[in-house]
Design a protein around this ligand. Structure first.
Ligand code: FMN
Length: 140
């Protein structure tokens, strides 16, 4: 078992605007492909919720550099586990805007209130990302 899944949540900083997000996505897709990392990034105007899956040391190294990125803060681990199979193997980095997520799905994880990914359990975070990734058009 040399592959892991890592899910974290973070808060955007003022350095992060739409252009910065586009840069993050472009760099992620290029780097992750080269490192055989896949995953999904969900963003809402305040938070990031990201899942990374891939070879253990590559995911560890990437997480270390992500934690130091000034475009977000309060990086908090929700899940880190060994995996036999990936959940998001089709995406070098799938991207979902929380505002575009089906309201029924959001309500299930927010209790109808504001989206608060810091309050999610590991399982809820995983299930939420699986549900929203299923809405993505296809591999990117
Ligand atoms: C929320 C967030 C998610 C990120 N996700 C990734 C990622 O999946 N892959 C990646 O290579 N960089 C990601 N980054 C960017 C890294 O922090 C870092 O800037 C980048 O890996 C540096 O790549 P470079 O050495 O090729 O310039 C992310 C940054 C933020 C703020």
């Amino acid at each position: 078992m040399n592959e892991v899944r890592l899910i974290y949540v973070s808060r955007m900083t003022e350095e992060c605007d739409m252009r910065a997000i586009q840069d993050i996505l472009a760099v992620s897709r290029k780097n992750n492909q080269a490192r055989r990392i896949s995953g999904v990034l969900c963003y809402d105007p305040a938070f990031f919720l990201q899942c990374l899956e891939g070879p253990r040391t590559d995911v560890n190294d990437l997480y270390r550099s992500i934690q130091q990125d000034p475009r977000h803060r309060d990086v908090t681990l929700l899940e880190y586990c060994d995996i036999e199979e990936r959940l998001f193997s089709s995406w070098a980095m799938g991207f979902v805007l929380a505002g575009n997520v089906d309201r029924g799905i959001l309500a299930k994880y927010t209790g109808g209130g504001k989206f608060s990914p810091y309050a999610l359990t590991a399982q809820q975070a995983r299930d939420f990302l699986v549900e929203i990734a299923a809405q993505l058009d296809g591999p990117e």
